[in-house]
Design a protein around this ligand. Structure first.
Ligand SMILES: NC(=O)c1ccc[n+]([C@@H]2O[C@H](COP(=O)([O-])OP(=O)(O)OC[C@H]3O[C@@H](n4cnc5c(N)ncnc54)[C@H](O)[C@@H]3O)[C@@H](O)[C@H]2O)c1
Ligand SMILES: [Zn+2]
Length: 369
């Protein structure tokens, strides 16, 4: 199989870069379909819209309903017949929907994340859910976004929980890419990982261990610091390129399985569920005590969930865990990139092991919730 590496055409990051939206977007299109949810329209959308109009770009304002579902994509695409560029402003689901609409209309796409909560901004794919929020599929595109514009001032003002979630999503990147590379798995670009894909995934983890906690503190004070800039880049660019061109493994497959359960687990962010999925993958892979404890310790410092209780599954039944595991090992899931053949039974045991290891660690260090 050949090696493949893909990426967005342009990535711009810095304080107040949203105020340059018009300047950058006009190189891509002059008639924009602009998508954000109600909250993000007030937060940043209206400012961007004004800026685009000042640059002579025609705009159409769309309110995103909240789920990256096939129905929502169709509804929005029907409004975009005259547009030659789609702009998504907000969190992962808005951005995924914007990419899908742009693909449907076969026009350019610009991504303006207002949080660093996921590595969705740079990828050439969307994660599609049912209207009820259950994972359905990955939808792949011919190209990645034309432009990703990341305003660190806006991100510094978002809740720290979002940054921590993005750190968790980005911490999964190297754990999963390493497993996929060891298993000669297929990356999200449809090939083997390049040296670049591998190096970028590995660098994401290095930056996060070095600056993650400093950035989290900066975010609590809503300030932009070099550490925050580094972590926003690690969560967004390094993790985005790293997972897509490095390869996914078990953590995301297990996350996808969890989305099928009902109840309180739905109040968790994508990154929070991925954090537990990552600990589960480490247990599945037979990593050492030291290595596993390093991750648990880092996650606890960031307020991330590490046990089943933390992900609102304290009393989960074996039947539900088996359901999660069966979805995680279904055909086409990224868990099959791992070197060994993984069964649902092994996934159930790994989930319980991850839960138990974290409980033991909390007890060891006298951690109190
Ligand atoms: N396509 C990809 O490559 C990829 C990668 C990772 C994750 N994802 C997807 O991303 C989704 C998760 O995204 P998410 O975690 O960003 O959640 P989300 O998109 O579901 O929700 C984000 C929420 O945060 C709010 N928000 C946005 N900016 C804010 C700000 N600055 N301050 C306060 N609130 C703000 C929004 O109004 C929204 O309610 C999942 O569907 C996941 O599958 C996709
Ligand atoms: Zn993710």
């Amino acid at each position: 199989m050949e090696k493949v590496f893909i990426s967005p055409s342009r990535y711009v990051q810095g304080k107040d870069v949203l105020l340059k939206a018009g300047e950058y977007v006009k190189k891509i299109g002059d008639n924009a379909l602009v998508l954000a949810d109600e909250f993000v329209w007030d937060l940043a959308g209206n400012t961007v819209l004004e800026n685009l109009e000042q640059s002579g770009i025609q705009t159409k304002r769309i309110v995103f309903g909240g789920e990256a579902s096939t129905e929502e994509i169709k509804r929005i695409a029907a409004d975009g017949k005259e547009s030659n560029v789609v702009i998504g402003i907000g969190g992962g689901k808005t951005l995924d929907t914007a990419k899908a609409v742009a693909d449907e209309l076969q026009v350019g796409v610009v991504i303006l994340p207002t949080t660093a909560s996921t590595d969705a901004p740079t990828s050439g794919l969307s994660v599609i859910y049912s209207e009820e929020g259950t994972f359905e599929s990955y939808k792949f595109y011919d190209k990645n976004p034309d432009l990703v514009l990341v305003d660190t001032k806006i991100i510094a003002q978002a809740p720290p929980r979002f940054l921590a979630s993005g750190i968790a999503d980005a911490m999964a990147t190297w754990v999963e890419a390493r497993a996929s590379i060891e298993g000669r798995g297929t990356n999200m670009a449809g090939g083997l990982a390049t040296i670049a894909g591998q190096a970028i995934a590995e660098k994401a983890e290095e930056v996060l261990f070095e600056y993650g906690l400093l950035a989290y503190e900066a975010n609590k004070r809503q300030i932009v610091t070099p550490a925050l800039e580094a972590v926003v880049e690690a969560n967004t660019l390094l993790s985005g390129l790293g997972f897509e061109s490095g390869g996914l493994g078990a953590a995301h497959a297990i996350h996808n399985g969890f989305t099928a359960l009902h109840g309180e687990i739905h109040s968790l962010t994508h990154g929070e569920k991925v954090a537990f999925g990552t600990l589960t993958q480490l247990a599945l892979e037979d990593r050492t005590l030291d290595e596993i404890n390093t991750y648990i310790d880092f996650y606890l410092a960031l307020g991330l969930p590490v046990t089943l209780e933390d992900i609102k599954l304290k009393d989960v039944s074996d039947e539900d865990l088996l359901k999660v595991a069966e979805l995680a090992v279904q055909e086409g899931e990224s868990i099959h990139n791992l070197p060994d053949t993984i069964t649902a039974d092994q996934v159930v045991d790994a989930i319980k092991a991850a839960d138990q290891y974290a409980k033991a660690y909390k007890q060891l260090v006298g951690y109190e919730n």
